[in-house]
Ligand binder design. Structure first.
Ligand SMILES: [Zn+2]
Length: 230
């Protein structure tokens, strides 16, 4: 009986001495987790263009609004797997105005579209006009700083998207676009290819290409994010 009681007292004493170490170790783990979570809270806004009554461009049964939403969802999944906080301006086939879209804030804002040439253009020309275009604007109304950052974001995307197999990159262009002009974040618009071109269309409707597109987005955003701290 006496042995048991002594054992109990020793046990309590040890627990009393060791407990603070457990507490401090637990606090360190919590602080570390919080630090990593905060560091990863880099918010990416994905803006699948058009939607609802606004179908935008079409190629037969394929409409731009469905195409860009499918690609945006694939990119979102991959970015979330990498720890990014992702917000989409629309998750379904619905109309969202350009000014409503531009109000959604993030560390970066990426608008996704697909390009086309006029119906009157013949097949000979259609077969030649193809590839991805990245747009920035020189008319950002909110901040000069966003304008500079948007260009750096475009450069990071240019580097990564040029390495995609199966589709060309036409380059970075400047255009006054409402969704970029009114934006409240560093913002670019990507025309993912010409659906009026057979090769681009085949690439864009093939879901097997989506992991590669998503991987290029992840790399570009990581490069942009790491360059921010320099
Ligand atoms: Zn569009």
């Amino acid at each position: 009986m006496m042995v048991k009681k002594t054992g109990f007292v020793v046990g309590c004493l040890l627990a009393f001495l060791i407990f603070p170490f457990f507490v401090s170790a637990r606090d360190e783990i919590l602080a570390d987790t919080l630090k990593r979570t905060t560091a990863m809270k880099f918010r990416v806004v994905l803006d699948p263009g058009h939607g609802g009554r606004d179908s935008a461009t079409r190629a037969g049964a394929i409409s731009e609004k469905h195409l860009v939403l499918s690609i945006a969802k694939a990119v979102k999944t991959r970015l979330e797997q990498e720890g990014f906080d992702v917000v989409m301006t629309r998750e379904r086939d619905e109309f969202v105005s350009l000014s409503q879209r531009a109000l959604v804030k993030g560390d970066v804002f990426i608008s996704l579209h697909a390009n086309t040439v006029a119906d009157t253009v013949g097949e000979g020309i259609r077969s030649m006009i193809k590839g991805i275009e990245i747009y920035t604007t020189n008319h950002m109304e909110r901040s000069e700083e966003y304008s500079g950052k948007s260009k750096r974001l475009a450069l990071a995307f240019q580097q990564q998207l040029s390495e995609l197999r199966g589709i060309n990159l036409r380059g970075i262009k400047e255009k006054s676009l409402a969704v970029l002009n009114q934006n409240q974040s560093p913002a670019i618009l990507i025309e993912l290819g010409f659906i009026s071109n057979k090769e681009d269309l085949a690439f864009l409707i093939n879901h097997l290409n989506y992991p590669n597109i998503a991987a290029a987005f992840v790399k570009a955003i990581k490069i942009y994010r790491s360059n921010l701290s320099r």
